[in-house]
Design a protein around this ligand. Structure first.
Ligand code: AMP
Ligand code: MG
Length: 423
């Protein structure tokens, strides 16, 4: 059922002047952010989550020697029977790390373990299960191929191959890969320090008692978690009240130590102008309207040498704008070179989805299998930008394009799974 998304009846393809699309905002941000220049050489165990600042060239072949892929018997392929069976005398045993030093002669074989070096003379390994042991000999039937079950030196990596390139984030598998080359340390970008604070006179830290008109500060915890997941160094500056002095002081503290600053609140139209004035004095920051929901207002720029992300205050907007804009930009700041757009799947909506044309919606959804076993997506329910419980229940964003006026059940929609971006 490929019903096209209905076109907006209002000509909403045209954006209001001064408004950016999600893609434009992401591109502008990524164009401006450059990796932290300082590098350090660290032992492998300390490099997890860092980004390489050098190409790594293999000093060795992997595997380094010809070895067996199976437990079995190393044989000469010339001794394999073309018809009937062959009987080969077992001349010794080759263990992983303890080779059999001789040369396999005609009519002989060597018992061999997985990973053991294949002895001279032999070129083929017969699985143990395909042999019959009779005293000090084995009997093999036909049907085997010369060279089977032997791993050749350099099959995975050859000496001189570029194995990892600068800009690569180091995960568990890359640590293992580097270790497999015998590389004990690598040069990585210094991890950036990111300062963060929440703004708002109404905010109280958890643990305190709520007074009239007050709410608990949720966003600093969201930002903390998202930054920690990324692996940057953190500088928590707390809750900052809506006064010129407090905001100015917070920015001064931040720029003294941080490579980037992430804040929540105070960037909407109608918010106190002193945030804007302070930022104008300290750097160059643009206040954007992005054609998206949630997360329309966003401030981005530089405060002295630090990149600044002013995220909107509604908690779901804070999370959505962080994932769509701040996260890719901070990955670049960490040194990553290839930052793919979020993985997007096309999945039918299990139910109608409501939307008004004009902005790209990032609805919170649940990606699941229907009784027929097909992937479908449904809404978590309430979609307003203060409904944090819905974001918690969601496992994906349902991304509905600007012109969409909602979709009928069964319509394929774009879905960005959280797996891999949220943890
Ligand atoms: P603002 O972007 O500052 O205009 O805030 C927009 C909405 O988000 C208001 O309802 C605020 O009370 C709320 N809000 C702002 N900051 C936070 C925060 N740290 N935690 C929870 N809600 C917040
Ligand atoms: Mg506020």
């Amino acid at each position: 059922m490929n019903t096209p998304t209905p076109k907006a009846p209002c000509g909403c393809d045209e954006l209001p002047p001064g408004t950016l699309t999600v893609e434009e905002a992401r591109e502008r941000i990524l164009d401006l952010v450059t990796p932290v220049a300082e590098t350090r050489t660290l032992p492998l165990f300390e490099t997890l989550g860092h980004v390489l600042a050098e190409n790594v060239v293999s000093p060795v072949n992997v595997p380094p020697h010809r070895n067996s892929a199976m437990d079995g018997y190393a044989v000469r392929s010339a001794d394999l029977p073309t018809q009937g069976t062959a009987r080969l005398r077992v001349a010794g045993t080759a263990w992983a790390g303890r080779p059999w030093e001789g040369e396999v002669a005609e009519g002989q074989c060597v018992r061999i373990m997985t990973g053991a070096e294949v002895p001279a003379g032999a070129d083929t390994v017969i699985m143990q299960e395909h042999t019959e042991r009779v005293g000090d000999a084995i009997v093999i039937a036909g049907g085997h191929q010369a060279g089977q079950n032997v791993r050749q030196p350099g099959e995975d990596i050859r000496t001189g191959d570029t194995v990892l390139e600068t800009g690569q984030r180091l995960r568990a598998v890359e640590l293992a890969l580097l270790a497999s080359l015998g590389v004990p340390e690598v040069t990585v970008h210094r991890k950036p320090t990111v300062a963060f604070f929440s703004t708002g006179d109404e905010l109280i830290a958890p643990g305190g008692a709520l007074g009239p008109s007050q709410i608990y500060d949720a966003n600093r915890y969201a930002i903390f978690g998202m930054l920690r997941d990324l692996g940057v160094e953190l500088l928590d500056l707390g809750v900052i009240p809506d006064t010129r002095e407090a905001v100015e002081q917070a920015f001064h503290k931040a720029v003294a130590k941080a490579d980037a600053i992430v804040t929540s609140g105070g960037v909407s139209v109608g918010d106190a102008d002193y945030v804007k004035e302070t930022l104008d004095r300290l750097g160059k920051v643009d206040f954007w309207k992005i054609a998206m929901k949630p997360g329309k207002p966003l401030a981005f720029g530089k405060v002295e040498r630090a990149f600044f992300f002013g995220l909107p205050g509604n908690p779901v907007s804070t999370l959505v704008t962080f994932y769509q804009f701040a996260r890719p930009a901070l990955r670049r700041l960490m040194g990553e070179q290839h930052i793919p757009a979020p993985l997007t799947l096309r999945v039918p909506a299990a139910e109608p989805l409501k939307k008004r044309p004009g902005r790209t919606d990032f609805q919170r959804g649940i990606l699941e299998r229907n009784p027929e076993g097909e992937l479908v997506v449904r809404s978590v329910g309430q979609q307003a930008s203060h409904i944090l419980s819905g974001m918690s229940r969601a496992n994906c964003f349902i991304v509905l394009p600007r012109e969409s006026a909602g979709v009928a059940a069964g319509t394929p929609v774009d879905v960005q799974p959280f797996e891999g971006i949220l943890s």
